[in-house]
Design a binder for this molecule. Structure first.
Ligand code: SF4
Length: 204
C-alpha cells in the first residue's frame, strides 16, 4: 500500500492556492463599478496563522498594491504590536478584505462599502485553502456581519471574549476610531492587551 507523501501534498496545495490567487488577480466581475478599475489586493499563504478580515482597500493601498499601507494600517499594526515586516509576512498574517478592489468614494467623503459581488465570488474558496489559521480578526462591520450575522461593532468589540478563540472583533482602524478610542478607555485598557496576547498565542 502506498503512503501519502506529506511534502508532495503540501506543494500541490500550495500550487492550488497560487492558481486560485492568480485567478482572483484577473477578476473583472464588477469592473464597471470601480472608479480606479480592478486591482484585487490579496495577501495569503497556507502557512498564515492570523487572518485580517477587513473591508476594502483605500486609495493609498490601491496605488501601493499593499493592503493597510496607510495611516489605518499603522494604527492596526500598533494595536497588534506587530512590525511592518511581520504584518506583511504571509506565513504569519494573511489579509483578505471583504471587497478586494478599491470601491470608490461616497458623497460624504468616506469610502463606498466593499463591492457586494466580491465575497460571494471568492471568499469561501480562498478561506478553504488557509488551513493553518488560528485567529481571525474581524475588522469593521462588513466582515463581522458576514461572519457573525448583523450586530453592533461597539458591542462586539466590548464583548470580544464571547468570540474567542477563533474570532476577535475589532473596529475599523480609521482616524474616526482614533477619536472614538479617547472616549472608550476600556478599548486600550482591556481589548488591546487581550488582542496582543491572542496574537502571541496564534504565532507561537
Ligand atoms: S472587487 Fe472583487 S469581484 Fe469586483 S473586480 Fe475586484 S476582485 Fe472582482
Amino acid at each position: 500500500m502506498k503512503t501519502a507523501d506529506p511534502q508532495a501534498s503540501s506543494s500541490t496545495s500550495r500550487e492550488a492556492l497560487d492558481a486560485l490567487v492568480a485567478r482572483v488577480r484577473e477578476c473583472r466581475i464588477c469592473a464597471p463599478e470601480l472608479p480606479l478599475g480592478p486591482k484585487p489586493l490579496i495577501h495569503v499563504s497556507q502557512k498564515a496563522r492570523i487572518l485580517i478580515a477587513s473591508q476594502a482597500p483605500g486609495t493609498i493601498a490601491h496605488e501601493s498594491g499593499k493592503s493597510f499601507y496607510d495611516p489605518s494600517g499603522k494604527r492596526l499594526r500598533g494595536w497588534m504590536n506587530l512590525s511592518e515586516d511581520d504584518f506583511y509576512n504571509t506565513s504569519k498574517v494573511a489579509i483578505l478584505p471583504m471587497g478586494l478592489c478599491y470601491p470608490g468614494r461616497l458623497p460624504n467623503g468616506g469610502d463606498n462599502p466593499p463591492r457586494p459581488e466580491c465575497a460571494p465570488a471568492w471568499r469561501d474558496e480562498v478561506l478553504s485553502h488557509l488551513t493553518s489559521l488560528r485567529l481571525i480578526l474581524l475588522v469593521g462591520s462588513y466582515s463581522q456581519n458576514y461572519t457573525l450575522g448583523r450586530g453592533s461593532v461597539g458591542e462586539r468589540v466590548r464583548e470580544f471574549r464571547r468570540y474567542l478563540p477563533r474570532y476577535f472583533p475589532l473596529p475599523h482602524p480609521s482616524w474616526r476610531t482614533g477619536v472614538w478610542e479617547k472616549r472608550a478607555p476600556w478599548f486600550q485598557g482591556e481589548v488591546i492587551p487581550a488582542l496582543r496576547e491572542e496574537i502571541c498565542k496564534a504565532l507561537a
